[in-house]
Design a protein around this ligand. Structure first.
Ligand SMILES: [Zn+2]
Length: 462
């Protein structure tokens, strides 16, 4: 029995081979010990492009952007979004040439990473290994994990740019297939009842997803064109008696659930309680802690020694005293709202310092970055002062003031929108008054030059 369940993968013809033979992590925690899940979660992802040993083949950046935008849209209703921490290219014929639902990849030590690509795995992110449409299909490393393998095509649909990427991410964030526990899966013995009475303790452990008798696409129980479940669906093998639950009731699963095994074109969403389950996993599962972007970060007393170092946060980074970016190293800071550099921060000659205000959960497009790029390539030693300048009122409905003193000179302001497009550029604004009534409501970023100094910040038009 144990051996059977250890080898249990989704069945042949299924689009996904994520092992689901792991016990329910959340079910093992007494409810009073579960940490609350009110907040927003930003999850780091790192994308690995799989190529041939000679560097050819594989997927494009455009495909990755499409995949990341599908993730963004599918998880936004659940207060979960994704921050692209980086990408790399893996040139390896052996890995590249894997195809179909093969079983080369495994996680024998159950650390949430695939052993065969562990050497490439970034430890603080969910790693998406991206194959082209004629290669490997889709799987996640487990229920709660940090690796996804995706490529291939099924039912005529390229999986990496379908909701199947969100299906695999769902597994990483703790979701089971909706038919988990189904009697159609060998070794499973905890089917969810159609009447829902055991839905918290069997099946997928989520109570707002209807009972699902088995991988419906495999059984031919769904019409791919109409995405309608066939209520006279036959038993697990696709023949014989009509499929019923242990109480004799016929199934009526939600074919639009991304975690169902409907065909990829029918998948649409995760349910509200699946969202809650993922947030609980992000809050409580130790495997997932390193991939969460923290809310705030305070840096001090450090001299960079690595060629490149990245810190990313949801809200603000404050760099306090004695922080030095030493020569021949690079420091990149990314924050959702504010990056504050206090006296004592120093980027030395021939170092690189990058500060990005990310539009958190924004559209992904690397070539036309959605980020506000505030790059400073440090060619001379420089020290940043605390930002004193503000515009007001902020938020504003139209009028904006820059405080200008009598002896201030060379005042200018430029404003860009959250796509990086300049929407205003003004020299010597009269009395420091600026009118932005004509701009659409939203978040804008300003750069003010005054007396040779530069001030940057965010202004909200509403
Ligand atoms: Zn799956």
């Amino acid at each position: 029995m144990l051996l059977m369940s250890l080898n249990l993968f989704c069945q042949d013809g299924n689009i996904c081979r994520t092992p689901s033979d792991v016990p329910d992590f959340l079910g093992a925690i007494p409810p009073e010990q579960l940490k609350s899940t009110k907040g927003n979660y930003v999850v780091r992802v790192f994308v690995h492009f799989m190529r041939k040993s000679n560097g050819t083949g594989g997927e494009t950046v455009a495909t990755m952007n499409t995949a990341l935008n599908i993730l963004k849209n599918d998880f936004a209703p659940h207060k979960i979004c994704f921050s692209l921490a980086g990408t790399d290219i893996i040139n390896n014929d052996y890995l590249y040439n894997q195809s179909g639902l093969n079983s080369v990849f495994s996680d024998a030590d159950h650390n949430g990473k695939y052993d065969q690509v562990e050497v490439y795995t970034i430890k603080n992110a969910i790693n998406i290994f991206l194959w082209p449409a004629d290669k490997l299909q889709a799987s996640a490393v487990g229920i709660g994990g940090t690796s996804i393998l995706i490529g291939g095509k099924d039912y005529g649909i390229k999986l990496a740019t379908s909701h199947v990427i969100s299906h695999e991410m769902g597994h990483c964030l703790g979701l089971y297939e909706t038919y988990n526990g189904s009697l159609c899966l060998p070794g499973n013995s905890c089917p969810e009842f159609v009447n829902g009475t055991n839905s918290a303790t069997c099946g997928d452990y989520v109570t707002d997803t209807p009972a699902d008798g088995g991988p419906m696409a495999v059984k031919g129980c769904i019409n791919q064109g109409s995405c309608i479940y066939k209520t006279n669906c036959l038993s697990c093998s696709g023949s014989g008696a009509v499929l019923v639950d242990p109480n004799g009731q016929t199934y009526n699963p939600d074919v639009k659930l991304i975690m169902s095994n409907a065909t990829p074109n029918c998948m649409q969403y995760h349910s509200p309680l699946q969202g809650q389950r993922m947030r609980l996993m992000l809050e409580n599962n130790p495997v997932l802690q390193p991939v969460r972007v923290p809310d705030i970060l305070i840096l001090s007393n450090e001299t960079t020694s690595l060629p490149y170092k990245l810190y990313d946060v949801l809200e603000s980074i404050t760099v306090q005293s004695n922080y030095i970016v030493s020569n021949n190293t690079a420091l990149e800071l990314r924050a959702g709202d504010v990056i504050e550099l206090l006296p004592g921060f120093e980027a030395t000659y021939s170092s690189n310092f990058y500060a990005f205000i990310d539009v958190i959960c924004g559209t992904y497009d690397q070539s036309n970055s959605a980020r506000l790029n505030q790059t400073d390539d440090v060619s001379t030693s420089m020290i940043f002062e605390e930002e004193k300048q503000v515009v007001f009122p902020n938020p504003t409905t139209g009028e904006l003031m820059i405080p200008i003193a009598e002896n201030d000179s060379n005042v200018s302001i430029s404003i860009i929108d959250n796509l990086g497009k300049q929407v205003l550029n003004l020299n010597d604004p009269k009395n420091g008054k600026i009118n932005i009534e004509h701009l659409a409501n939203g978040i804008y970023f300003y750069t003010i030059h005054k007396n040779g100094d530069v001030y940057r910040g965010k202004v909200i038009k509403e």
